[in-house]
Design a protein around this ligand. Structure first.
Ligand SMILES: Cc1cc2nc3c(=O)[nH]c(=O)nc-3n(C[C@H](O)[C@H](O)[C@H](O)COP(=O)(O)OP(=O)(O)OC[C@H]3O[C@@H](n4cnc5c(N)ncnc54)[C@H](O)[C@@H]3O)c2cc1C
Length: 465
C-alpha cells in the first residue's frame, strides 16, 4: 500500500475528519481517494503561526497535539504524530521525499495566510498530488452565494441560504487505519510562564464539553442565558472549534433546529461561518478596514492614548464591567461574547483608538483567537464591518453591566478590589458614599463626553469634512 501524508492543521481530531478518510482510502460516501493507503500523520510547527500566538494559544495547541498523538498511538500508530519545525513549504515536500509518499492530504484552509501557504506547498510538491478534502466549516467559505453569484454582505439572509444549502453527515473515525511514521522532532512544549487557566484540550475533551452542554441545561436555556457573563450560559466550545477538535457538522447533526435554544445556537455557529466567508471574499479585511472610509477618521495617539490603551489592556479603566472582561481575558484566554462587544466599543468609541490595536491584543491573548471571527467581531462593533452595528450605537459600560450582570457577580469574580460591594452597586463604585475602594482606579474618561466626541468624528467622516 502506498503511503499518504496527512497534514493536520486546524483539524486536530480523528472523528468526523474527511481528510483522514481520503488519506486512508476508506471509501466513505462522498469522499474521493480511491485505493486504501497507509497514513503518515504530520504536524508542522510553523514559526509564522507559532510566533504570532500568545501563551494561551500555544499552550492549548501543545496540549491538543499531545492528545492527538496519544489517539494515533492508541489506534495502532506506534510512532505517533510526526512533528516537524519550520516553513511548511520546505518541511512537507522534504518529508514527502524522505518517505516517498504518493499523496499529501489536508482539510482546506480558507484564511489568507493558509491559502498562500498551501499554494506554496502544492507548488513545492511538484508531481505529488496535494489533495484538499473538507474544511473547518459546515459549508466551506464561498459555498453560499446570492442568486446572482455574489457573496452575502448581511448576516440574516446568509443564515437562511446557509441553512438551505445544508451540510454532509458527520463521518465516524475510520476503523483499522494503517498508520506509519517518519523522522520527526519532539512535540512542542507549552510556554514556561504566562499560561492562563485553560479548559482541557483534545478531541475527547471537546466532545465531552459539547455533550455536557447539549444534555445539561446549556442548550435548552441558551437563548435566555447566552448574554449573561455571570452565568455559565454559553457553550465554551470556541477554542475547540478553533483547533478543529470537534467539527461544527458533528454539533449540527446532534441538535434539533426547531427547539428555541438550539436554533439560536445554530445561528451563532453560522456567524463563525459568515465571517469566514467574508474573509474568503475579502482577505485584506483580516487586518484592514472593510469599510475604508473609517480608516480616514481621526484616532487618538500620543502619550495619553498609550496610557489609556495600557489601562484598557490591564483592566484598569475604572469601569468595572470593562475591567472584569479585560481581566477575564488575561486570566482565562477567553472572554464572554457580550463583554467582548462592550470592551471593544470602549476602546474604539470611548478611547477613540483603532479597532486593529484592540484586535491585535485579543489575538495575542485569546486561546480561541481566530482571524475571521476576531477581526470581523471588532469591525462589527467599530461600525466598519459587514452587517455592522450602526456607529452611533455606543455601548454604555454601566447600563450594559447592570443589564447583563444584574447582581454584579461577574465583576466581583474578576475584580477583587470591588469584592466588598454587594449587588449591582458594584457597577458604579464612584457613587459609594465612602469613596472608591482602595486600589481601584478612577474612571479614565467620562463616558457621556467621549460618546459625543465619537459621534462628532463619525458625522464629520460621513459628511467628508
Ligand atoms: C470583538 C470580538 C472578538 C471576537 N473574537 C473571536 C475570536 O477570536 N474567536 C472566536 O472564536 N470568536 C470570537 N468572537 C465571537 C464570540 O465572542 C466567541 O465565539 C464566543 O464568545 C465564544 O464563546 P462560546 O464558545 O461559549 O460561544 P457560544 O455562545 O456557545 O457560541 C457557540 C459557537 O458559535 C460561534 N460564535 C458565537 N458567537 C459568534 C460570533 N459573534 N462571531 C463568530 N462566531 C461566533 C463560536 O464558534 C462559538 O464557540 C469575537 C467577538 C467579538 C465581539
Amino acid at each position: 500500500m502506498g503511503v499518504r501524508l496527512l497534514w493536520f492543521r486546524r483539524d486536530l481530531r480523528l472523528g468526523d475528519n474527511p481528510a483522514l478518510h481520503a488519506a486512508a482510502g476508506t471509501g466513505a460516501p462522498g469522499i474521493g481517494g480511491g485505493e486504501a493507503g497507509t497514513v503518515l500523520p504530520v504536524f508542522v510547527v510553523d514559526p509564522v503561526l507559532w510566533g504570532a500566538a500568545g501563551p494561551a494559544r500555544r499552550a492549548h495547541l501543545a496540549r491538543s497535539l499531545r492528545a492527538l498523538d496519544a489517539d494515533v498511538r492508541k489506534g495502532g500508530g506506534k510512532q505517533g504524530l510526526v512533528v516537524r519545525y519550520g516553513d511548511p513549504a520546505a518541511e512537507i515536500p522534504r518529508l514527502a521525499a524522505e518517505v516517498g509518499v504518493e499523496q499529501v492530504h489536508v482539510a482546506a484552509d480558507f484564511g489568507p495566510y493558509g491559502r498562500k501557504r498551501d499554494d506554496a506547498v502544492e507548488q513545492a510538491l511538484g508531481r505529488v498530488p496535494f489533495v484538499r478534502t473538507g474544511s473547518p466549516y459546515a459549508v466551506a467559505p464561498g459555498g453560499v452565494v446570492k442568486g446572482d453569484g455574489t457573496p452575502y454582505r448581511v448576516f440574516t439572509p446568509f443564515l437562511g441560504a446557509w441553512a438551505d444549502h445544508g451540510w454532509r453527515r458527520p463521518l465516524p473515525a475510520p476503523d483499522g487505519v494503517e498508520w506509519t511514521g517518519g523522522r520527526g522532532a519532539a512535540l512542542p512544549d507549552e510556554p514556561a510562564s504566562g499560561v492562563p487557566h485553560l479548559p482541557a484540550a483534545g478531541e475527547r475533551a471537546a466532545y465531552g464539553q459539547w455533550a455536557d452542554f447539549r444534555d445539561g441545561d446549556g442548550l435548552a436555556d441558551y437563548a435566555e442565558r447566552r448574554d449573561r457573563p455571570d452565568l455559565p450560559g454559553s457553550s465554551r466550545l470556541s477554542v475547540h472549534l478553533k483547533f478543529g477538535e470537534i467539527h461544527p457538522r458533528t454539533i449540527l447533526a446532534e441538535i434539533d433546529a426547531q427547539a428555541t435554544g438550539a436554533a439560536k445556537f445554530r445561528a451563532e455557529l453560522a456567524w463563525r461561518e459568515f465571517y469566514a466567508d467574508v474573509l474568503w471574499h475579502r482577505p485584506e479585511s483580516g487586518r484592514d478596514y472593510l469599510d475604508a472610509r473609517f480608516k480616514a477618521m481621526p484616532y487618538d495617539e500620543g502619550l495619553g492614548a498609550e496610557e489609556e490603551f495600557e489601562a484598557w489592556q490591564e483592566g484598569r479603566t475604572g469601569f468595572p464591567f470593562v475591567d472584569a472582561g479585560m481581566r477575564q481575558l488575561l486570566a482565562e484566554g477567553w472572554m464572554h461574547n457580550r463583554v467582548r462587544m462592550v470592551v471593544a466599543s470602549f476602546l474604539v468609541k470611548d478611547l477613540h483608538q483603532e479597532w486593529t490595536r484592540g484586535a491585535a491584543h485579543f489575538m495575542h491573548r485569546l486561546a480561541d483567537g481566530d482571524l475571521a471571527s476576531n477581526s470581523h467581531g471588532w469591525q462589527w462593533v467599530a461600525g466598519c464591518g459587514t452587517d455592522a452595528a450602526p456607529y452611533f450605537r455606543v455601548f454604555n459600560p454601566v447600563t450594559q453591566g447592570r443589564k447583563f450582570d444584574p447582581d454584579g457577580d461577574y465583576v466581583r469574580k474578576y475584580v477583587p478590589e470591588l469584592r466588598g460591594i454587594a449587588g449591582a452597586a458594584v457597577h458604579e463604585p464612584w457613587k459609594l458614599k465612602d469613596g472608591l475602594p482602595k486600589g481601584y482606579p478612577e474612571r479614565i474618561v467620562d463616558h457621556a463626553e467621549e460618546r459625543e466626541v465619537a459621534l462628532a468624528r463619525y458625522a464629520a467622516m460621513r459628511e467628508g469634512r
